[in-house]
Ligand binder design. Structure first.
Ligand SMILES: Cc1cc2nc3c(=O)[nH]c(=O)nc-3n(C[C@H](O)[C@H](O)[C@H](O)COP(=O)(O)OP(=O)(O)OC[C@H]3O[C@@H](n4cnc5c(N)ncnc54)[C@H](O)[C@@H]3O)c2cc1C
Length: 402
């Protein structure tokens, strides 16, 4: 890699970095822009390890970034996939109340979704639920017919191709090790050499806080990784799930609860749970990184988070090591599912920003520094929202760096 001068360098070749890169060159084609990615391939972390659900925007507080970007993002994503011949399906999703005590929260979700502009939401009774998902049992369910499925790696790859066709550069296998700021310019020291730019955009996902601290930005959060583990349904059990089947989520926890997903490749997955990982890219239970773990222990927000969520956290660990417990939770949605229906599956690791007071940031967090824009919290529905988030960041860049 030669030492080159760019207007903007984007750190992170996941779906958000690539969406931003593509839309930056659409808005400012005269700029020299490059994406710097540490892995040899693009989209290998959160973008390549998720449920592949195009969410419709039900869960999120009206007026929040998540609500706005998810609703807009789904529409843009559908259009993008149609125009670029990327396979997707709007198979619809049910959120199932399995107990009377969940009916109030189910109605709240209906009202929230409607306030967010999600069209055609409907609370249905057990008979209609049986028509949609014949093997699912519930008191009532919220039916969201426009929720869909797609392969987000394919979407991210299409963003990358468009960016390169517009003249953008992508450097893979280049880990950003240090950032040196001088007046009017920043130098990125990477494992493949150095790059200069006037401005930076930090889309480094699980490492976004580390990158922000290299620019001396005071961000007040730390990324704590939460692994999500999946089982897959054996092919002979696929008939148990037609589309997407979710529980009513625990309102105190920003994750959606273990659910069933028929993905675009035709597999059916059950999960993910949410277990704190001991390494930022710790996809296996045994993965451990001393630096990441000591960093967590030294962060005051970690201890406050532990004090607040220890009970839920212990439950997640217990379920992670006990297939029986995982199965029991799945049986609340599909009672006839059995241990023999489940085979081992993959996992993903979520980048969850935790504030110094121990709270888990719920909304997307995108902050504007003097020379850089940082994406500090972009959990689900970040992939669905990627076009809307990229448009927002490109807009910020044009306004502030132009
Ligand atoms: C288990 C799970 C399930 C999910 N399900 C859904 C879903 O169904 N629907 C949905 O909309 N969203 C879902 N999400 C969320 C979604 O995947 C993320 O919001 C989205 O992928 C975030 O994209 P990103 O580009 O910010 O992060 P990433 O894809 O993680 O990309 C960040 C990139 O930065 C690179 N990087 C980091 N540090 C450096 C460095 N120092 N130098 C160079 N490069 C660096 C990394 O290698 C990585 O490629 C899920 C996430 C998980 C983990």
């Amino acid at each position: 890699m030669e030492s080159s001068q760019y207007d903007i360098l984007i750190i992170g070749g996941g779906i958000l970095g690539l969406s931003t890169a593509m839309q930056l060159l659409e808005r400012a084609p005269q700029w020299r822009v490059a994406v710097v990615e540490k892995e040899d391939q693009l989209a290998t972390h959160q973008t390549g390890h998720n449920s592949g659900v195009m969410h419709s925007g039900i869960y999120y507080r009206p007026g929040s970034h998540k609500a706005k970007f998810c609703v807009a993002g789904l529409n843009n994503m559908v259009k993008f996939c149609e125009e670029n011949e990327i396979e997707f399906q709007q198979c619809g999703k049910v959120i199932v109340a399995t107990h009377e005590s969940e009916l109030g929260r189910l109605q709240d979700l209906h009202d929230r979704g409607t306030a967010n502009g999600v069209p055609d939401l409907e609370v249905v009774g057990p008979e209609r639920l049986k028509e949609i998902e014949p093997h699912t049992v519930g008191v009532k369910a919220l039916w969201a017919p426009h929720t869909g499925i797609v392969d987000f790696t394919k979407v991210a790859t299409a963003f990358a191709e468009k960016f390169q066709q517009a003249g953008g550069d992508i450097f893979t296998g280049a880990t950003v090790r240090n950032i040196i700021k001088t007046t009017g310019s920043v130098a990125l020291e990477t494992t493949k050499g150095s790059l200069q730019a006037k401005h930076l955009i930090n889309c480094a996902g699980l490492h976004a806080d580390k990158i922000a601290s290299m620019t001396d930005e005071k961000i007040g959060v730390r990324i704590i990784p939460f692994r999500g583990e999946y089982y897959t349904l054996r092919p002979e059990s696929h008939h148990l799930v037609s589309g997407l089947i979710y529980p009513v989520p625990n309102p105190e926890f920003p994750f959606l609860g273990v659910h069933f997903t028929r993905n675009i490749k035709g597999h059916v997955e059950a999960g993910p749970n949410a277990v704190m990982a001991l390494q930022r890219e710790g996809y296996r239970k045994r993965d451990f990184n001393l630096g990441d773990s000591l960093g967590n222990l030294g962060y005051p927000g970690f201890w406050k988070m532990a004090a607040k969520y220890w009970k839920i956290g212990m439950g997640e660990i217990w379920r992670s090591y006990n297939k029986r417990v995982f199965l029991r939770d799945l049986q609340t949605l599909i009672p006839e599912i059995q241990d023999s229906d489940l085979a081992g599956g993959g996992s993903g690791v979520r980048a969850q920003a935790v504030a110094r007071d121990g709270s888990l940031l719920d909304d997307f967090s995108i902050i504007q520094g003097r020379d850089a824009i940082h994406v500090l919290n972009a959990p689900s529905p970040g992939a669905t929202s990627s076009l809307a988030i990229g448009e927002h960041i490109a807009g910020l860049a044009v306004e502030n760096f132009g």
